[in-house]
Design a protein around this ligand. Structure first.
Ligand code: SF4
Ligand code: SF4
Length: 438
C-alpha cells in the first residue's frame, strides 16, 4: 500500500516493510564501498534507505537528491551481510530504480544506448550472437590492429579503451554453440538432471567456462541439459530499473526450465545466479508466475554450491599454482556462497589457495557500473589490485563481470596474473588425471 503523497507512482514500488525495519544503527556504513570512498551519508546504505523512505512517504520528490545515491549504489549487498535487522537494501535499490525508470527515463544517446542493449540486444539471443560475430570480425580481420595502430580509440574515455584492450577473444561460432542439448553423466552415480543456464556474457566471451561447468557437473553424476530457448537472466534490466523487460525474460526462462525436467538449474555467473534465485520478487503481484518462479528458484544452484551439496569426486590431477580467491558480491553477499568455492579449490592437488584482504569487497564491476560510473569503479578496482597477495599465479572467482574487471586491473598494472573461473581450475584437475599426469 503506497502512501497518499508518495513520489513512487508506479507498481512494484519499494515496500514499507522493507525500509521501515532499518533501526539506523550504522553497522552497514563501514562495509559500504561507496561510503568508504565518498564519506557521505547519502551514499551509505543507511542514507539510501532513509532517502527511499522519504520519497515513499512523499517527504522528498524523486529528484537528483534521491536518484543519484540510488544509482551510485553498486547493489553489492555488502550492507545486507552485516545488517542486524535484515534490511533488503538491494531489493529496495532495485525497486527504487524501477520507479526512476518510469519517472525519468534516460534520454538522448544514453537512453538510446540503454534501450538498444537492454531491450533490443540482450533479450534476443540471435542479435547477441550477431553482435558477437561483428566483434569477432573486428578482433580477427586485422581491423582491431589498424584501429589501435592509428590510435582511433584515443577519442574514447580511458576506461572504454581499457575494456577494449582486455576484451577476451570471441570464440568461433562453433565453440559458442559447442554444447549439445544433453551431456550424459560420466560419474559413478546418477544424481539427476542439471539444466545449465548459459547466460549471455558467459556464453559469448567465456564459452569455455560453460563447457568446463558442463564437464564438471557430468563428471560428478549429473545429466546436463542445455535448453536452447533460454534467454539472458534479466539481471542487467533489473539493475537498470527495467523491471517489465526483466519480467518478460524471467517468464520465458521459468517456462523453459520447468518444462526441461531439470532437478537443479546450474549457473556459473554470480550476478545471474542471484537474479535467478530472486525471480519470485519480480512477480509479487502475479500469483501464477509467483508460484512458478518459486518452483524455479528453489532449484537454482551456483555450480560450486551444487558440487559441494551433492558431493563431488576429489580430482587426482595436479594443478601446481598459487591462487587467491576473490568473492564476487553476488555470490557471497547475495547468495551466501563463500565456503563452497574454497572447498573445491582446496581439493585440487598441488593448488595452494591463499586468502586476500577484504576478498568480499566489490571490485567495481557491478554489472555495467564500470561503464556508468567509471571513476568509482576504477577506484575500487585499484583497491582490489592493491589487495592481491604477492607471489600468486592467478585469481579465481565465480563471475564473468569480475573476471573482466580484474583483467582490466591486471592489464593496467602489467601484472602477470591469470584471471580464472573457479570451475576452470577444477576442470583442469580432472582433465589432468585423465591424461595421467599423476
Ligand atoms: S545495518 Fe541495517 S538497520 Fe543498521 S543502519 Fe544499516 S541498513 Fe539500517
Ligand atoms: S549495496 Fe553496496 S554500495 Fe549499495 S548501499 Fe549496500 S554496501 Fe553500499
Amino acid at each position: 500500500m503506497q502512501e497518499p503523497n508518495s513520489a513512487f507512482l508506479w507498481p512494484d514500488a519499494p515496500e514499507a516493510d522493507k525500509y521501515s525495519v532499518c533501526v539506523h544503527c550504522g553497522f552497514c556504513l563501514e562495509v559500504c564501498p561507496t561510503y568508504q570512498q565518498l564519506g557521505d551519508e547519502n551514499h551509505s546504505p543507511r542514507g539510501r534507505v532513509y532517502l527511499i523512505k522519504q520519497a515513499a512517504e512523499g517527504v522528498l520528490p524523486l529528484d537528483e537528491s534521491v536518484v543519484d545515491p540510488v544509482f551510485t549504489c553498486l547493489d553489492c549487498r555488502a550492507c545486507e551481510t552485516v545488517c542486524p535487522s535484515g534490511v533488503q537494501v538491494g531489493a529496495l535499490i532495485e525497486e527504487a530504480r524501477g520507479q526512476v525508470f518510469h519517472a525519468a527515463p534516460a534520454r538522448g544517446w544514453k537512453g538510446l544506448i540503454q534501450r538498444f542493449f537492454l531491450r533490443a540486444v540482450f533479450p534476443k539471443p540471435r542479435r547477441l550472437k550477431l553482435l558477437a560475430g561483428l566483434l569477432r570480425f573486428y578482433q580477427r580481420s586485422g581491423l582491431q590492429r589498424w584501429v589501435r595502430k592509428l590510435r582511433l580509440l584515443a577519442v574514447l574515455p580511458k576506461h572504454l579503451r581499457e575494456m577494449e584492450a582486455i576484451l577476451p577473444k570471441v570464440p568461433d561460432r562453433r565453440a559458442i554453440d559447442a554444447l549439445p542439448p544433453e551431456i550424459p553423466a560420466t560419474g559413478s552415480t546418477d544424481k539427476g538432471v542439471a539444466g545449465l543456464f548459459t547466460g549471455c556474457v558467459m556464453d559469448v566471451f567465456f564459452a569455455d567456462v560453460n563447457q568446463a561447468t558442463a564437464r564438471v557437473a557430468a563428471r560428478n553424476g549429473w545429466r546436463v541439459r542445455v535448453p536452447k530457448d533460454q534467454l539472458c537472466c534479466g539481471a542487467l534490466q533489473v539493475h537498470a530499473g527495467d523491471r517489465d523487460m526483466a519480467r518478460q525474460m524471467a517468464r520465458r526462462n521459468i517456462d523453459v526450465f520447468l518444462a526441461s525436467g531439470a532437478d537443479r538449474i546450474i549457473i556459473n555467473a554470480a550476478g545471474c545466479g542471484a537474479a535467478l534465485k530472486e525471480y519470485p520478487a519480480l512477480f509479487r503481484d502475479d500469483p501464477v508466475y509467483r508460484e512458478k518462479a518459486e518452483q524455479f528458484s528453489a532449484r537454482v544452484r551456483d555450480i560450486s554450491e551444487l558440487l559441494v551439496e551433492s558431493g563431488f569426486e576429489p580430482p587426482q590431477g595436479e594443478v601446481p599454482r598459487t591462487i587467491a580467491y576473490h568473492d564476487a558480491c553476488h555470490l557471497c553477499h547475495a547468495q551466501q556462497v563463500r565456503t563452497q568455492p574454497r572447498t573445491l579449490l582446496g581439493a585440487i592437488p598441488g593448488l595452494c589457495l591463499v586468502e586476500m584482504a577484504d576478498s568480499d569487497r566489490c571490485c567495481g564491476s557491478a554489472g555495467i557500473y564500470n561503464l556508468t560510473h567509471p571513476e568509482m569503479a576504477g577506484a575500487l578496482l585499484e583497491r582490489k589490485m592493491d589487495d592481491l597477495p604477492d607471489g600468486i599465479d592467478g585469481v579465481a572467482m565465480g563471475n564473468p563481470g569480475c573476471m573482466m574487471q580484474l583483467m582490466v586491473g591486471a592489464h593496467r598494472r602489467q601484472a602477470d596474473v591469470e584471471i580464472l573461473h573457479t570451475v576452470e581450475l577444477l576442470d583442469l584437475a580432472y582433465q589432468r588425471e585423465e591424461v595421467g599426469t599423476r
